[in-house]
Ligand binder design. Structure first.
Ligand SMILES: Cc1ncc(COP(=O)(O)O)c(C=O)c1O
Length: 390
């Protein structure tokens, strides 16, 4: 499924970031750098906290609503479908508290899936007598048919990412969502390693829940995320009760007229202190820029970059996923006899940054700050590191 047809290549955007010339950072899957605009928003927010007499009740709602609306645009949802979160795991906890698992029901996950999208289900399975159904890594790297095959009458939940966090292997969420609905299973998507760089539309995927932390491909702060909650799940139970998620909480004079009803839509699932006056402005700055670029254009630009790197690294004898099966923002490099010990550290010593997760691959995850010179430095440093091996 090509989600980038007609997309434009965005030129290098390094001027928007504060990255020294001698740093080649191809590690967005670890933590993205904040843009200068987000840093400025964060600094202004810190200064505002130094002058609390300038913080007014509307500040607790207006910016949170702006962030919610921007994220909603990114995923094709309505602002009221979005809850403000502190992490991926918090979104999984909300889903786990609201899904029902019969004894013997199955929860489909991937082999070596990121833990924040595994532990919540293991706990839910332990409590209910359901079972975790782990799809092994397919020999041909094509996760979609392997996942589709696993979804059957006993499946209660499919909890998957859009790309595998270790190597960027891509899943067709539209097909998986369709199959999940056919058997009456819920779909939980962890889009932390893709959203912002890979287009996703909840109207096509139709997940029950979709969560993304902001500190990677959303180019936002650490400690924040968003949860999309499908309309039919919005009457669920929050995992904490906060004053600001209750109806009428905009009126500070009536907060102790305790009420049972919530703010509309998914807002009941907002984390306590959701109006985080430090993080929310940074997330707004980042989301504004991402929407201006457009996720399809970001994806096309990063794919062009990883394609170039792949072609240049091929002579080193490294293996990569088939092109159609990897997110364009990722290049998973496999080494015939395993990832050499200390490889990432050896590159980092030359100020060239990529990472190794799991046992299978080195993940190379550039973004729009990466220049042609960075690409050269990455290829040269990796070549040197591999030639220097005993
Ligand atoms: C796929 C994926 N999901 C989520 C996270 C972060 O999870 P949390 O926000 O719960 O710390 C990561 C971090 O590496 C990740 O790779």
């Amino acid at each position: 499924m090509d989600t980038t047809q007609g997309a434009a290549i965005i030129p290098c955007q390094r001027h928007l970031f504060d990255i020294p010339d001698d740093v080649a950072y191809l590690n967005c899957a670890y933590i993205s750098p904040l843009m200068k605009s987000a840093v400025a928003a964060g600094e202004a927010a810190a200064r505002r906290k130094a002058r609390p007499w300038e913080i007014f009740p509307h500040h607790f709602f207006v910016e949170a609503e702006e962030a919610r609306a921007l994220f909603a645009r990114l995923v094709g949802a309505a602002p009221g479908d979005i809850a403000i979160q502190p992490s991926t795991s918090y979104g999984a906890a909300i889903a786990a508290a609201n899904l029902e698992f019969a004894r013997g029901a199955r929860i489909v996950v991937l082999h070596e899936q990121f833990p924040s999208n595994v532990y919540a289900w293991r706990e839910a399975a332990r409590r209910s007598g359901a079972a975790i159904d782990t799809v092994p890594r397919p020999a041909d790297d094509d996760w979609t048919p392997a996942v589709l095959e696993r979804i059957g009458a006993g499946t209660a939940l499919v909890a998957v990412p859009h790309v595998h966090w270790t190597d960027g292997a891509l899943l067709d969420l539209v097909a998986i969502g369709r199959r999940a609905r056919e058997v009456g299973a819920a779909l939980f998507v962890d889009a932390t390693q893709s959203l912002g760089a890979l287009p996703l539309d909840v109207r096509a995927v139709q997940p029950d829940y979709l969560v993304a932390a902001t500190y990677k491909w959303l180019l936002g702060p650490y400690g924040m995320g968003f949860l999309y909650v499908a309309p039919h799940r919005q009457a669920g139970r929050p995992i904490e009760e906060h004053w600001s998620t209750r109806a009428g909480s905009e009126d500070f004079t009536r907060l102790v007229d305790y009420r049972d009803d919530y703010q509309p839509g998914a807002r009941r699932f907002d984390v306590g202190e959701k109006a985080n006056i430090h993080l929310v402005p940074m997330a707004i700055a980042a989301l504004t820029q991402l929407l201006a670029w457009g996720a399809a254009n970001v994806q096309a630009s990063l794919r062009a970059m990883t394609d170039r790197l792949e072609a240049r690294l091929r002579p080193l004898g490294l293996e990569t996923l088939p092109r159609a099966l990897r997110g364009g923002h990722y290049l998973g490099l496999r080494f015939p006899s395993g990832v050499p010990d200390g490889l990432a550290a050896r590159l980092a010593a030359e100020n060239v940054h990529a990472s190794v997760r799991g046992r299978a691959a080195m993940r190379v995850t550039p973004h729009l700050w990466v220049s042609a010179r960075d690409e050269d430095r990455f290829v040269d440093a990796l070549t040197r590191a591999l030639r220097a091996r005993p």
